[in-house]
Design a protein. Structure first.
Length: 461
C-alpha cells in the first residue's frame, strides 16, 4: 500500500492569542507512521511544519499557518490512500477543504480521517461525520488504529468486512474505539517532519527551557469525566500507560538520535498511577540520563505526592502544570471532577522549594458558573500565587465535538464557525472575556505585589 499521511495547517482565530494558535506537534501521526511503515510505502505531508512562517488570512476572523495542500500534487499522485489527521477542532474547516481538494483531483483514491484521540484540542470525528462525508471523506478511523491495523489494512484492500472502529458514509453504527493495556507503542519517527522549523518557532505547548525539544507520550487516555472535555468520549475514560523501562528507553533513543535533552510530557494525565513516575525517575537517575522534562498538559494535582518532588527534580522535572479549573467546588461538581484545593496549595509551595516551575489552568464560562463562583476562583488564584505559583492559563469553556456540553442547550455556539478557546460566537462571550481579562490582570498584580513585598522584606533583614 502506498499511503500518504497529511497533517493540516493550524487554524488561528485572530483575537485568540491565548490558545488556538499553539502548534500541537503531530505526535500521534508520526507514531502511526512508525507503526505502519514496515509493511507499507509511507510518506507524510506536514502542511504546518513544512512552512510555519506562511500565513493566509481568511475573511471570517481567522488565518491559517502553513502551506496549502495544492503544493504537493506530485507526492499526492504517487499515493493510493490518504490519511488526514484531525489534529484539532480549530482546524476542522481546513481539514474539510483538504478532503474536498483530494476528492476533486483524485476521485478514485480513498480518503480516511484519522482521529487525534490524545489531545484536548482534538474532537470526536464521528460527531462531525456529515461534514466529512459531504466533503469527500470515505472513512472515519475513530480512536487509536494500532490494535487492529492488519484488519483495517485488509479492509482497505477490499479483502474483509469493515472493522468496528471504522465508519463509512451512510452507516448508522456507533464506532467502537479499541483499547489494549500494556501495548508496546512504537517510537515516533520524527525524521518525517522538519524539526528545525518547529524548533525555530518562539512558542510551544510548555516553556521552551531549551531551543531543541521533543514532545512525548508516556500514557494515553484519562479516567476523569469533565463535561467540557472531549477526552471522556474519545477514550471512554480508559487510562493506559507505557512501562517505566519503555519510557526511559524511548527517551534515551530520542535523546541520542536527535541530540535533544528536553522533553515535554504531552500525556492527557501522566501521573494517574503515582508509583509509575517514581519508577521512571529512579531509572533515569540510575542510568544517568541527563535530561529535563516538563508536565505540560495540566496533570491531576492529587496524583503527585509532596515527598516525590525532590526525586522528580533530581530525575529532570523542571515544570508541572495542574488544572484546578475553578476555585468553586460547586462548579467542579458540575464539571464532574474532584479537586483537593489544599493539596494543590501544598504542591505549589513545595515545587517552589524544589525549583520546579508551576502552572495552574482555569476554565471560565461554564454554563452553571455564577458570579459567586468566579469570585471564589479569584480568591483561590490569589492564594496559589501567594504560595509561589509561577504561571497561569485561562480558557473560556468552548465545547468541542464529543464533549458533554457540545450539544447542551445551556451553551449556544455557531458550529459553522471556528471554535477556539476564545469562542466569540458563544452567547454572553463578552462577560466571559471580561472575567478572563480580570483574572489576567489580577495574576500580574498579585505576582508583582507578592514578589515585591517578599524581596523587600528579605532585603531589609
Amino acid at each position: 500500500m502506498k499511503i500518504t499521511l497529511i497533517s493540516p495547517r493550524i487554524a488561528i482565530q485572530k483575537n485568540d492569542f491565548l490558545g488556538s494558535g499553539v502548534p500541537y506537534w503531530p505526535i500521534e501521526l508520526v507514531t502511526f507512521a512508525s507503526f505502519i511503515e514496515k509493511n507499507n510505502e509511507v510518506s507524510l505531508i506536514d502542511l504546518f511544519g513544512n512552512n510555519p512562517n506562511q500565513i493566509k488570512a481568511l475573511s471570517d476572523n481567522h488565518y491559517l499557518q502553513g502551506e496549502g495542500i495544492e503544493a504537493y500534487e506530485d507526492k499526492l499522485n504517487l499515493s493510493d490512500f490518504y490519511f488526514i489527521f484531525a489534529i484539532s477542532f480549530m482546524s476542522h474547516h481546513e481539514i474539510l477543504n483538504i478532503c474536498k481538494f483530494l476528492k476533486q483531483n483524485y476521485p478514485q483514491k480513498k480518503i480516511i480521517i484519522l482521529e487525534n484521540s490524545q489531545a484536548v484540542t482534538g474532537y470526536s470525528i464521528d460527531k462531525m461525520s456529515k461534514d466529512f462525508f459531504s466533503n469527500g471523506a470515505d472513512y472515519l478511523l475513530c480512536g487509536e488504529p494500532y490494535y487492529n491495523w492488519n484488519e483495517i489494512r485488509e479492509f482497505l484492500l477490499g479483502r474483509t468486512k469493515i472493522p468496528e472502529n471504522l465508519i463509512k458514509s451512510g452507516s448508522l453504527k456507533k464506532p467502537r474505539r479499541l483499547y489494549e493495556k500494556n501495548f508496546k507503542y512504537p517510537i515516533p519517527n520524527w525524521d518525517l517532519v522538519n524539526l528545525d522549523n518547529y524548533w525555530s518557532l518562539p512558542y510551544s505547548h510548555g516553556p521552551k527551557l531549551e531551543k531543541k525539544f521533543l514532545p512525548i507520550l508516556t500514557s494515553r487516555g484519562c479516567p476523569y469525566p469533565c463535561d467540557f472535555c472531549v477526552v471522556p468520549d474519545t477514550n471512554d475514560r480508559m487510562w493506559r500507560s507505557n512501562f517505566p523501562n519503555d519510557v526511559v528507553s524511548e527517551i534515551i533513543y530520542l535523546k541520542n538520535k536527535y541530540n535533544v535533552n528536553y522533553f515535554q510530557i504531552e500525556d492527557l494525565n501522566p501521573t494517574v498511577k503515582n508509583s509509575r513516575w517514581i519508577d521512571i525517575s529512579k531509572i533515569l537517575i540510575k542510568k544517568n540520563v541527563k535530561i529535563k522534562f516538563a508536565f505540560v498538559s495540566g496533570t491531576k494535582a492529587e496524583t503527585i505526592k509532596i515527598d516525590q518532588l525532590k526525586l522528580l527534580y533530581d530525575s529532570g522535572c523542571r515544570y508541572i502544570s495542574i488544572s484546578p479549573e475553578s476555585g468553586s467546588s460547586s462548579i467542579m461538581s458540575k464539571i464532574g471532577k474532584k479537586f483537593d484545593y489544599e493539596h494543590a496549595i501544598s504542591l505549589i509551595k513545595n515545587c517552589k522549594r524544589n525549583n520546579i516551575i508551576t502552572q495552574a489552568c482555569f476554565v471560565i464560562g461554564h454554563p452553571d458558573e455564577k458570579n459567586i463562583d468566579f469570585i471564589k476562583t479569584q480568591k483561590y488564584l490569589k492564594k496559589l500565587i501567594k504560595n509561589g505559583l509561577d504561571e497561569a492559563a485561562f480558557f473560556i469553556v468552548s465545547p468541542f465535538a464529543g464533549s458533554k456540553l457540545f450539544n447542551s442547550k445551556k451553551i449556544q455556539i455557531d458550529k459553522d464557525k471556528i471554535i477556539s478557546f476564545s469562542p466569540i460566537h458563544r452567547k454572553n462571550y463578552f462577560i466571559f472575556d471580561k472575567r478572563r481579562k480580570k483574572l489576567i490582570f489580577n495574576f500580574i498584580l498579585y505576582k508583582f505585589l507578592f514578589q515585591f513585598f517578599t524581596v523587600g522584606f528579605k532585603s531589609s533583614i
